[in-house]
Structure formats: C-alpha cells, structure tokens
Design a protein around this ligand. Structure first.
Ligand code: G6P
Length: 606
C-alpha cells in the first residue's frame, strides 16, 4: 500500500514520476504528490488521484532529481496537507514514506519541543524533521538518513532528497519494499517493479535494514551498520503489457479473462504423466521429509486465506494429512504453538502483505518449516520462506484478487498431488487428478463464455441490500471468496456460511429481500445441499445456484451451470462465475471497480 517512485538522471523527473505513480495507483489512491530538486525543492501534492496531481503540476516543473508518492491513509485523513512528500521546515529535506512509524507521537513531541512546526498529521513528517536535524552534522545525506532512522521504531520504505545535494536520492527499507531500477546514466527506485518496467528490466531488491544511494551514474547499497553490501541485479521478465487494460474496460475483467492462460502457466512443466505426479522444483524437500509431516497449517490474508481453505481441503483429501487454514493476521498475534512435524504454508499474491510476512518471520523464529505460495518473484515473503511454489500468474493490478486466487488453488492441487503421491495416493487417483488439472484451462474458457448470462443476473440482483453465500465442505471456501469479491467491488453486503450452519442461526435472515448464492457441486453432498435450497425457498428466499445440474426452476430461481471436473478440483472452477458476478454487480452499480473505496492491493502495514 502506498506507492513510491524516485528518479535521478539527465531527464526531467516529473513526467517519469507521474507515469510511475499511475502504475502504482492500485496500491493506494487517496492522495498523491511529487517533489523535484532544481535550485530548491518544488512540490505539488493533492488529495485525489494521480490524474488530479498530473493536472496540478505546471508545464514548467523542471528538475532532474525527484521523488513521488501515491497514498493510502493510515495517519490522518486524505488531504492536501497529509499527502506526501513531507518537507522539513527549511524546505531542504523531502521524504516519501510507505509503512508506519510506531514511535511517531513521541518523536513528534520531542521535535516540537525543539522548534519543529508540523504541517500534517502524518507519522512521515517526523522523518523530514529528524533528517533535517541530523543532516547538519552529517557528511552525506546517506549518513543523515541512517542516523535519523536509528531513532525510528516501525516499518518503512522511504525515499529522501536534499535540496543542497541535487543529483542524489537516498532510499531505505525496513518492512516495506524498495526496488532499484538501473537505467542508462539514470537510476530509478520504487516500491514495486510495476513503476519501473517501462524504463528498465534490471532491478535490485533492497533487504530489510538496507539503504541505497542513487546517482545518475549508479548506486551503492549499505547495511544498517554502514558496511557496503554487494547486490546482483535481477532481470525482470514482466512487460508493460501486464500493466495495461489490454482493451478491457477494467483490469478486473482483464484478469478474470486471462485465467485459462494463467492457470496453464501455473501448471506448466509441473505435471508428470509417466508417474502421475507433480514436480515442484522449488519445494526444497525430499520424499522422506514430505512423509514426516503430520499436519499442514496454511496462513494468508483476505482472498489468500480463502484460497488456503481450498488448499487445506485438497491436502486432506489427496494427501490425507490433517490440514487447516487461518488468517495470518490472527495467527501472528496468538503466540501459536509451532511444531517440528507441521508443514506451514504462507500464501500471498504480492508477497509483501505485512501480516503474512510477520507470521512467517514468527514461524521461522520458532523453528517452523515454511513454504510460500506466492505470485511475485523475489518478494519479501518468497525470500523469507524455505521453499515454495510460484504462481506465474503475472502481475495482478486490480485490487480484488481473481487470477492469483484461482492459481493459488491450482498450486495447492499440485502440492496436494505431490504430497499424496509420496504418501498414499494411488497411481490411478494420481492420473485422475493430473487429467483433471489438464482440463482446467479449457473448462475455464467455457465458464467465461457464460458471461452474458452472469452479467444479466448480476444486474438483476445488484440492488439487493444483502446477499447470503452458502456452500458445504469443498464449496464453503468458494462461498466465502464469492461473498468477499462482492463486498470488495460492489459494496453490497454479503455473508458466507456453511450451508449446514444456515439452520443454526442465519436462516432467520432469509426472505424475499435476501437472495442466496448456493455452491452446489455434483458430489456426495448434493442431496444435503438440495435440502438446504428447499429450506431457503420455503422462506421466500431466492436462490442462485452455481453447480453442475442443468437449470431446474424447482431447485433454484437461477442456475449457472459450470463444467464438471473431479470432485476435489471442482471448487477451482466454481469460484469463477462468482468473480464475474461481483464484477458485473459492481459495474451495474457504477462502482470504481479496480480501486474500491478504502482498500489497497498490498497491505504493507499492520
Ligand atoms: C489486501 C487486499 C486483498 C488481498 C489481501 C492479501 O487485503 O485488499 O484483496 O486478498 O490483501 O494480499 P496478498 O498480496 O498477500 O495475497
């Protein structure tokens, strides 16, 4: 959350910063600002979107060193004053920041006592005043920043410029990502490679505690004790096409529609037909170790957590190991018992969700073995884990996760197949799952072809004050994610319950005003599910059934019929109509589909 861009080189910084901020806007979008250095600092910052900022930047806004920021408010409301960059009172130092300074109140009181005048409510502003004070005695900006950061408790990714040292940017990282981009006689930095790919493919990820000095002719990186560190640049293979809507009206629809390809990419090279097994090269675990685990514990946040519930079910069914999922945000705070014979799996699209990262770090401290199922290669969570599975779904730009959710479920099916085949999954069942996985991309295409029907249904039900989502066992996490998608993008209230629990409370809510979306696969629980549908209809509730049965008005008011796969894999497909449903409900309600209110794509704060 929050996006940072920095530039130093021969060109005008402002257009590069604005373009970069636009690409980072999905991370936060309530206010934005830029500062450039040219015989003093020139600043523009506004409440609103990057487009509002671009309109406020005058044509003559010259300066070849600059930093920019797009914000997701944590300390202080979205406003012009609270927007970054923040400047010291002498307007010499400018800072943009991502993260939270936990001792900001205490530092602020001390700085105020020392004469600093604060112009915003943000925690970031303390950094500008602190650095302005340390810079007086420091030989370099780098030293001033390092000294100031010693007094700071909390998380940060920061970029700093000094009016008296033009041609130089200092960046530092502790818990919030910073990536350097190496250009031809120019250097970039950002909180996310998305802002860099238009200019360079050569990047360097900073580690926590590292600081870097950027000048047009190169960069130096340092550990927190000022020792210089040696960094090898990586080449990123994501191209700018991933960051365009590619003719679709929204990223969300583009990313839903990409799923036949993204699922194929998650599977590519990983299925072995000869032995009916899955090869997952990044696990770093031999068969003996896989057999030694007695439990699997999965952690993630938001949609990642719900995909983890699908994963837990797949592992229990295929590998016969007790498995469960828990929100990482809860797990990290409850002093969990960490067992040596438990395999921990952390899930994250971005690889930088702070709650998930902190949970992984806690697990590692306690000696836990952690695998990551992550989309972003080289991200903090991926680097922290002992091994894992990359999704290869490509960058996900829309705030609501779709293709990464589906690919995570597919990655779990591969992991479950792998673990199952080293334990007691038979070759015949292995073959059945391999073949089922291979069918997924074409079956997703068939589901996408249902879009006109789903669009019509979404328009019909979008005005409902509230919707219930139910599913049983394999269908329950699908229902939870369906409700989450609808809430996130359409702001329609939605609740998800196990279908079996409906009669134990929430049935009281059912009536003509509360339609129910029911996940009803053709599995051993079909009859039980159909009984639940009868109970809902008997209370006057409308039912939208997502399943394999051909439309039957006696069963449900509406039916979305998806292609059948193996029972274990059906949840992967049943979730896709719900993504389209949420998308079209949001469009019908004229919501800001890709940037829903109050949300951010990567939540890098607590
Ligand atoms: C945020 C987003 C959610 C997302 C969650 C986990 O809360 O708004 O849509 O599911 O983070 O993100 P991750 O990148 O860790 O998968």
């Amino acid at each position: 959350m929050c996006g940072i861009v920095a530039y130093v080189g021969p060109k005008d910084a402002a257009p590069i910063l604005l373009e970069g901020l636009q690409r980072l806007e999905y991370r936060g979008y309530d206010s934005a600002g830029v500062v450039v250095s040219n015989k003093g600092l020139k600043v523009r910052k506004v409440k609103g979107r990057v487009a509002d900022l671009a309109a406020a930047v005058p044509a003559r806004f010259k300066g070849a060193t600059g930093i920019g920021h797009t914000r997701w408010a944590t300390h202080g409301v979205p406003s012009d004053e609270n927007a970054h960059p923040h400047l010291s009172n002498d307007e010499r130092i400018a800072v943009v920041h991502n993260g939270i300074i936990e001792n900001a109140d205490e530092l602020r009181a001390k700085l105020e006592a020392d004469g600093a005048v604060f112009l915003s409510e943000t925690d970031t502003e303390v950094l500008a005043h602190l650095i302005a004070r340390t810079t007086k005695e420091a030989d370099s900006l780098e030293e001033a920043v390092r000294t100031a950061l010693k007094r700071v408790v909390g998380t940060y990714g920061i970029a700093v410029i000094d009016a008296e040292r033009p041609g130089e940017v200092v960046v530092a990282r502790n818990g919030s990502p910073i990536v350097l981009g190496i250009g031809e006689k120019e250097m970039f930095a950002a909180s996310d490679v998305a802002a860099l790919v238009r200019y360079t493919r050569q990047v360097v990820h900073l580690e926590d505690g590292e600081l870097a000095v950027l000048k047009a002719d190169g960069f130096h990186t340092f550990a927190s004790d000022a020792r210089e560190t040696a960094k090898e640049p990586l080449t990123v293979d994501w191209d700018t096409g991933h960051y365009d809507t590619g003719g679709y009206e929204h990223y969300l629809l583009k990313e839903i529609s990409e799923q036949p390809d993204t699922v194929a990419r998650t599977l590519r090279g990983r299925l072995d037909e000869r032995f009916n097994v899955a090869h997952l090269g990044g696990l770093n675990m031999d068969a003996r170790e896989v057999r030694s685990f007695r439990r699997v514990k999965i952690i993630g946040c938001g949609s990642a957590y719900y995909s983890g519930q699908i994963g837990a079910q797949l592992i229990e069914e295929l590998a016969r190991i007790p498995a469960g999922a828990e929100p990482a945000s809860e797990f990290r705070y409850r002093n969990p018992v960490v067992e040596p014979d438990t395999l921990y799996v952390a899930i994250s699209q971005s690889g930088e969700t702070y709650d998930t990262l902190a949970a992984v770090q806690e697990l590692k401290r306690k000696g836990g073995r952690v695998l990551g199922i992550v989309n972003t290669v080289g991200s903090a969570i991926a680097r922290e884990c002992d091994g894992g599975v990359y999704l290869h779904a490509g960058p996900e730009v829309s705030v609501a996760s779709t293709k990464a959710f589906t690919s995570t479920a597919v990655a779990f099916a591969l992991l479950a197949l792998h673990m199952g085949r080293v334990r007691d999954l038979s070759p015949a069942d292995g073959r059945r799952i391999c073949e089922g996985l291979r069918r997924l991309p074409d079956q997703i295409k068939e589901i996408l072809a249902l879009e006109p029907q789903i669009k019509e249904l979404a328009a019909k039900y979008a005005a409902s004050p509230s919707m219930m989502f139910v599913g049983r066992v394999r269908g329950y996490p699908v229902a939870r994610e369906g409700a989450q998608k609808l809430k996130e993008v359409s702001y329609v209230h939605a609740e998800a319950y196990p279908a079996s629990e409906l009669k134990h409370g929430p049935l009281a809510l059912i009536g003509p005003e509360m339609p129910t979306v029911a996940i009803v696969p053709d599995d051993e629980l079909l009859d039980k599910n159909l009984t639940t549908l009868g109970e809902i209809q008997a209370r006057g509730g409308k039912v939208i059934m997502i399943g394999h049965r051909t439309a039957d008005p006696k069963l449900a008011n509406e039916c979305i019929v998806v292609p059948k796969n193996e029972v274990e894999l059906d949840p992967i497909l049943l979730g896709i109509p719900l993504q389209l449903f949420a998308y079209h409900a949001a469009v019908a309600l004229e919501r800001d589909v890709d940037k829903p209110r109050n949300l951010a794509k990567s939540v890098t704060v607590e």
